[in-house]
Design a protein around this ligand. Structure first.
Ligand code: HEM
Length: 336
């Protein structure tokens, strides 16, 4: 089935849920959302009732306070009214292995659901890498296939990974970042990047290309090589719970303003470093808890759930994520 035939838009709870791939994109894409979910299951196994990706995670809660003076010229989103907006968050490790060690050199995620005063929702589903590892869904698909454990060793075959990298240059910038940067010591000591380009829409309908990231007030801190070898397989959840018990954990939301012509459809490419950056608000996480029985467990952090004032670009990865998350969510809801 082509992505094009899957395309549709529906409204959800006052936010707009875009479940679409733009016409014209499908011709170049081979992998479909169904195939990508099956491949994740093939590589990581099926864990009934659980996410097919980013399976290991921790729930958290807090609030966001936007800076109206900073944001007003760019977006009319109620996120930046200056009022406190409740947030449900989830921190996670990439991949579908529930036993993945917290020292693994793989991306970490921070997913946020902002609950706006009018009942609408804004989602932001980010990674701790400045770029993504695929410019097209096909690269993501081929990556997951290449990671399938070799039955003889129980680990991915390094030769297959090497061949994948050589044939998919769009996977290299993220792989290089992960190779050069040890994982963070805590979820509180990492930046998280929106990775995609989005559009801010102002009161007078002016559209601006932007990217966002959340920068930790606790500072960025990476595990040392010694800690990488000696750390227990699961320390991230306990550290976040302990940290929130000592007081709120804060991240500043930094928005980068794009120039006309900056790439808007390729999450593997950074923008030039001289772009204007504006602090538009602060996220405060006040509590953290195991995901079992907690609110974040049953949220579909679909990155296309957007409230008025923020819109998607035609980034093929961004648009492809939505139907994939929907399939994963539907399966886990029905206990599969
Ligand atoms: C083709 C590209 C991608 C595919 C196929 C994909 C697939 C998935 C799937 C199946 C889930 C689980 C959904 C659920 O059951 O609720 C997931 C979760 C997640 N993804 Fe992606 N993803 C992609 C790209 C990205 C990108 C670009 C980012 C960040 C910018 C990202 C960040 C996350 C995060 C943080 C979660 C965990 C959300 C949560 O806590 O519920 N993913 N992804």
């Amino acid at each position: 089935m082509s992505i094009e035939r899957n395309s549709f838009l529906i409204g959800l709870l006052g936010g707009t849920l875009w479940l679409a791939a733009p016409p014209g994109m499908a011709a170049e894409q081979e992998a479909t959302p169904d195939q990508v979910v099956s491949t994740l299951e093939g590589t990581f196994g099926i864990h009934p009732g659980e996410r097919r990706n980013h399976i290991k995670g921790t729930c958290a809660a807090g609030e966001f306070i936007g800076l109206p003076e900073a944001a007003r010229a760019y977006t009319r989103s109620a996120l930046f009214s200056g009022r406190s907006v409740p947030v449900v968050a989830r921190f996670s490790l990439a991949g579908g292995n529930p036993g993945v060690p917290d020292t693994a050199k793989i991306p970490r995620g921070m997913a946020l659901e902002f609950r706006l005063p009018d009942g609408s929702l804004q989602h932001m589903t980010m990674l701790n890498t400045p770029v993504f590892g695929a410019a097209t869904p096909q690269t993501f698909f081929d990556d997951i296939v290449a990671r399938k454990p070799d039955p003889a060793t129980g680990k991915p075959d390094p030769e297959r990974i090497k061949a994948f990298r050589a044939s998919h240059p769009d996977s290299l910038p993220q792989a290089e970042f992960l190779a050069e940067n040890n994982p963070p010591v805590s979820w509180a000591n990492s930046s998280y990047f929106g990775v995609h380009t989005f559009k801010f829409v102002s009161q007078d309908n002016k559209t601006t290309l932007i990217r966002w990231r959340f920068v930790p007030r606790d500072g960025e801190k990476q595990l040392s090589d010694d800690e990488l070898r000696s750390a227990s397989p699961s320390f991230l959840e306990d550290r976040l719970i302990e940290r929130t018990e000592r007081g709120p954990v804060r991240w500043d939301m930094i928005v980068t303003i794009g120039n006309p012509g900056d790439p808007e459809d390729n999450p593997t490419r950074l923008w030039p470093s001289n772009r204007k950056e504006i602090k538009m608000g602060t996220l405060m996480i006040v509590s953290a808890m195991s995901q079992e029985g907690a609110e974040c467990k049953w949220i579909n952090f679909n990155p296309l759930v957007m409230a008025d004032g923020i819109e998607p670009t035609k980034d093929p990865i961004l648009l492809f994520r939505s139907p994939v998350y929907g399939i994963s969510f539907g399966k886990r809801l029905s206990g599969k």
